[in-house]
Design a protein around this ligand. Structure first.
Ligand SMILES: Nc1ncnc2c1ncn2[C@@H]1O[C@H](COP(=O)(O)OP(=O)(O)OP(=O)(O)O)[C@@H](O)[C@H]1O
Ligand SMILES: [Mg+2]
Length: 364
């Protein structure tokens, strides 16, 4: 059998692999960029829509199984590159994907979910930052064990002020809590607040990030509206609890994002049920059942999943290391990681759509 024929067979098989997020084959996506055979190694190159961390793992698995089936003894090396992606902009320039986590109501676990989503994203191998813009109750300093951290803007020779985020567990963290003085929350308003926001959004140098998770202050008022308009949001995640009152607030969040044309990645229902550690077969729906799912159906947005009430999650969050990092294989962590995988999938769909739209613009 000649080498050429072998490679054609291989190409045909690779073309059939589906990018599951986009529901399209490698052939349809024109995503196979090269195949090189050298001695007993075949290198297979792909160009895929970013973020590529999870999809690269899947494509690698599929290629390994194809190559071992077609050419036993040949080693497959899979190289996945990102399709070029334009993030050239004035604000948050190095950030590829900006996820806003919002809730209408306070106390539904938005900060806890944000911290765990950022952690789960980081476990995929991506470069991740988290930004906590809550003036009245910044939580990320607690959740990332950074209670004493401070950030200051330093004037550069060119007159520009620059500040840098802190880093914990490989995740970059910036919080309103790092720029405000202690106990200032009750009095900070007006121009002072505007200065802090400007520092958080315009002066911080995040470097290159695959994701920035933005823990938005609770509510749907002016601050939230201004912030979501000001920054280049990829998509929003809405956190709710199952009971009617929280669900009513979610309607306001959905309306707000629709008003400012921000894509909604989906709704997460938090504190959905409780499984007593000593009775693992029992599920108690403490705040009622099905609220999050219903709202997602009513408004035709994705339902990303239910996060149970979990004692270890609370202890880890409030103890300074999100459960997803402290205990990644824990059942609760797996639920949070699955939800994060769905978020990644939704982001890739949006990025694909944008890439098609920009191709259309170029060809017109
Ligand atoms: N699924 C969960 N299981 C157990 N504890 C949780 C869960 N979700 C959140 N918590 C805990 O509930 C408390 C409130 O959560 P959190 O601070 O994340 O809410 P929030 O919506 O950000 O509140 P705020 O409106 O004040 O910003 C925290 O102690 C957090 O660790
Ligand atoms: Mg919070």
């Amino acid at each position: 059998m000649s080498k050429e024929i072998n490679l054609n067979t291989l190409r045909d098989e690779i073309y059939k692999i589906t990018d599951k997020d986009l529901g399209l084959t490698i052939k349809e996506l024109n995503a196979l960029s090269d195949i090189r055979l050298e001695e007993n190694t075949v290198q297979i190159y792909f160009d895929l829509i970013q973020p590529i961390h999870l999809i690269a793992e899947e494509i690698n698995k599929e290629c390994q199984s194809i190559v071992s089936r077609l050419f036993p003894g040949i080693i497959a090396e899979v190289i996945v590159n990102e399709q070029p992606f334009d993030i050239n902009r004035d604000i948050l320039g190095g950030v590829k994907n900006l996820i806003v986590v919002a809730s209408g109501k306070g106390g539904v676990g938005k900060s806890a979910i944000s911290a765990n989503i950022a952690s789960a994203l980081s476990l995929t191998g991506a470069a991740v930052g988290i930004l906590d813009a809550d003036v009245y109750g910044p939580s990320q300093p607690t959740m990332f064990d950074l209670k004493d951290a401070k950030i200051f803007a330093v004037e550069q020779p060119d007159g520009k002020s620059v500040a840098y985020p802190t880093e914990r567990y490989g995740i970059k963290v910036a919080s309103m809590g790092f720029v405000m003085k202690q106990d200032e929350a009750a009095i900070v308003r007006g121009p002072m607040l505007a200065g802090y926001f400007s520092m958080l959004f315009e002066q911080i140098e995040w470097g290159a990030l695959d994701y920035l998770v933005f823990d938005l202050p609770p509510g749907t008022g002016d601050i939230q509206l201004t912030l979501t308009q000001k920054i280049p949001v990829t998509g929003s995640v809405i956190v709710t609890t199952p009971q009617e009152i929280a669900v009513a607030d979610v309607r306001r969040s959905i309306a707000m994002f629709n008003r400012v044309n921000v894509d909604i990645l989906g709704v997460i229902e938090n504190m959905s049920y409780f499984v007593p550690p000593d009775m693992p077969d029992k599920k108690y729906y403490i705040f009622g059942e099905g609220g999050g799912k219903k709202i997602a159906e009513d408004y035709k947005v994705n339902f990303l999943g239910q996060v149970p009430l979990n004692i270890q999650m609370r202890e880890n969050n409030d103890g300074g290391k999100p459960i997803v990092l402290a205990d990644p294989e824990n059942h609760q962590s797996k639920i949070l990681r699955e939800i994060t995988a769905k978020i990644i999938s939704e982001i890739r769909k949006l990025n694909y759509k944008k890439s098609i739209d920009s191709d259309l613009e170029i060809s017109i």
